[in-house]
Write a protein that binds this ligand. Structure first.
Ligand code: ADP
Ligand code: ASP
Ligand code: MG
Length: 406
C-alpha cells in the first residue's frame, strides 16, 4: 500500500472554501493511488471559536490555576472538532472518511503535559482503516500517555503528528499544507520578496525551525529525518510545488536540481524575549543560578558566561520569575532588558567561510539596529536586538545576503 500523509494547518480548515481545497487535495492523492491519512489542526487563529489560542483564553477565564492535565484535555478538543468536521466534509463529498483522536490513532507520548514527546506510534489502528478503503482524519497536536491521559505536543505540534504518523506508516511523503507557498528565505509577513526554497535538507530546515521559522515544527523535521520520510511544505491554496525537505547529496540521494551554493539560506526571527545580565563574581554563583533556572523550567538561550558575569536570554513571560530566583540567590546586581528579539542567519554553506559575521554586523549597523549580544554555531549566527527593530533587521540581512535573488 502506498501511503501519503497530508497535514492541513489551522487557516486551511477554518473556512468552507479551505475545507473544499482540502477535499480537492485528498481526491488528487486518492486518484494518484495513495492510501491517504489527513492530519488537521484546530480551525483558525485567535478569536475563531475553536482555535487553540481561543481555548487557551477560555481556560484562563476559568481561573489562573487550571491543572496541566485539564488544560491538555481542553486544548485537544480544537483538533478533535476539526477532524470530525473534515471527515464529515470528505464523506459528504463522496470520499468515505473516519475521524480519530491522536490516542485512537495510536500516538503514545510521555507524561509531559503541554509539551509531550511522542514515544511510540502504533500504526495498527490507522492501517486497519486504510485497508477498509477509508481516508483517516487524525486530530493533530495530541496523544495519550501511559496512563491513558490526553496530552498535547506543544504549539505547532500537528506537524509533529504528521511526521510521526508518516514514519510509523512508512509513508512515501508527508505533505504539510499551510497558508504560504513553502519554506521561504524569511517570514513573508516581514519580507515581501522572500523566496520559496525549492529543495533543502532536513538539517537546514530543522535549524531554521528551531530559530523561529514557524512554518514547520522542528521536532517534525527531526522525526521525518530519523525515518527518512521526505516532507513537502506547500500552500493549500496554490499549485506552487513548495519546498521539498530531504537528505543532502552527500547522503547518496540523487537530486533533480542542485542545492544552492549560498553561504546563507534564510533569515529567521523570534520575538518575546528578555535579556538578563547578572554580576556573579563568586565561583558558586554561575552553576547555582543556571541550576535554579532549570529547576523552575526556564529555558535559557544566547548564553555568555565570564568570570564576573553571565548574560542570557529567556522568554519575556518568565522574566519576573527569573528575576525573583536570582534575587533570592543574593545576585542583586542584575539588569533585565525587556522587549528583545533574536534574528538569525542560517546556512549550511557558512561552515568555515570567513566574512559572514562581518556582513551581519555591517548590515545591522547600516540599518541602525544595535546588537545586544550574539551567539553562533557552525551553521547559524544569532543577534539579540530590540524587538521594535525586528522587521528592519530581517529585511537588512535578507538584502545583505541577496536572498531575494534567484
Ligand atoms: P499552520 O497553521 O498552517 O501550521 P503556521 O502559522 O504554523 O501555519 O505557519 C505558517 C506561517 O509561518 C506563515 O504564515 C508565515 O508567516 C510563518 N513563517 C515564519 N517564517 C517563515 C518562513 N521562513 N517561511 C515561510 N513561512 C514562515
Ligand atoms: N493547534 C495547535 C497550535 O495552534 C497545533 C498546530 O496548529 O499545529 O499550536
Ligand atoms: Mg503550524
Amino acid at each position: 500500500m502506498r501511503i501519503i500523509v497530508q497535514k492541513f494547518g489551522g487557516t486551511s480548515v477554518a473556512t468552507p472554501e479551505g475545507r473544499e481545497a482540502v477535499v480537492r487535495r485528498v481526491r488528487q492523492a486518492l486518484d494518484d493511488g495513495y492510501a491517504t491519512v489527513v492530519v488537521v489542526s484546530a480551525m483558525g487563529r485567535q478569536g475563531d471559536p475553536y482555535a487553540t489560542d481561543t481555548l487557551i483564553q477560555l481556560a484562563q477565564s476559568a481561573g489562573p490555576d487550571l491543572a496541566p492535565r485539564e488544560m491538555d484535555l481542553l486544548l485537544s478538543c480544537g483538533e478533535i472538532i476539526s477532524s470530525v468536521l473534515m471527515a464529515a466534509t470528505l464523506t459528504a463529498a463522496g470520499i468515505p472518511a473516519v475521524a480519530l483522536t491522536g490516542g485512537q490513532a495510536g500516538i503514545q507520548t510521555d507524561e509531559n503535559y503541554g509539551n509531550a514527546q511522542i514515544v511510540k506510534v502504533d500504526p495498527a489502528p490507522v492501517l486497519s482503516r486504510l485497508k477498509e478503503g477509508l481516508v483517516v482524519v487524525v486530530a493533530g497536536f495530541q496523544g495519550v500517555n501511559a496512563a491513558g491521559e490526553v496530552t498535547t505536543l506543544g504549539r505547532g505540534g500537528s506537524d509533529t503528528t504528521a511526521a510521526a504518523l508518516g514514519g510509523a506508516l512508512r509513508a512515501e511523503v508527508v505533505e504539510i499544507y499551510t497558508d504560504v507557498d513553502g519554506v521561504k528565505t524569511a517570514d513573508p509577513r516581514l519580507v515581501a520578496e522572500a523566496r520559496t526554497l525549492s529543495v533543502t535538507t532536513y538539517d537546514e530546515i530543522a535549524q531554521m525551525a528551531h530559530y523561529g521559522a514557524k512554518v514547520v515544527h522542528p521536532r517534525a523535521v527531526e522525526i521525518a529525518m530519523q525515518h527518512r520520510v521526505p516532507i513537502r511544505v506547500r500552500s493549500t491554496f496554490s499549485d506552487n510545488p513548495g519546498t521539498l525537505i530531504t537528505y543532502s547529496a552527500e547522503a547518496g540521494v540523487i537530486w533533480s536540481e542542485p542545492f544552492s551554493d549560498r553561504v546563507v539560506t534564510a533569515v529567521t526571527h523570534v520575538v518575546g524575549l528578555a535579556q538578563v545580565v547578572v554580576k556573579t563574581g563568586r565561583d558558586w554563583a554561575t552553576p547555582r543560578l543556571f541550576r535554579r533556572l532549570a529547576n523552575a523550567g526556564i529555558s535559557v538561550d544566547l548564553i555568555s558566561v565570564s568570570m564576573e558575569s553571565s548574560a542570557f536570554s529567556i522568554p519575556e513571560s518568565r522574566a519576573a520569575q527569573a528575576e525573583m530566583i536570582l534575587t533570592e540567590l543574593g545576585l542583586v546586581d542584575l539588569q533585565v532588558r525587556h522587549g528583545c528579539a533574536k534574528v538569525t542567519v542560517v546556512g549550511s554553506g557558512m561552515r568555515g567561510r570567513p566574512g559572514v559575521m562581518a556582513t551581519v554586523a555591517e548590515a545591522l549597523y547600516a540599518a541602525e539596529v544595535p546588537i545586544w549580544q550574539t551567539a553562533d554555531s557552525h551553521v547559524t549566527i544569532s543577534c539579540l536586538i530590540p524587538a521594535a527593530d525586528v522587521q528592519r533587521a530581517v529585511q537588512a540581512l535578507h538584502d545583505a545576503f541577496e536572498l531575494g535573488r534567484i
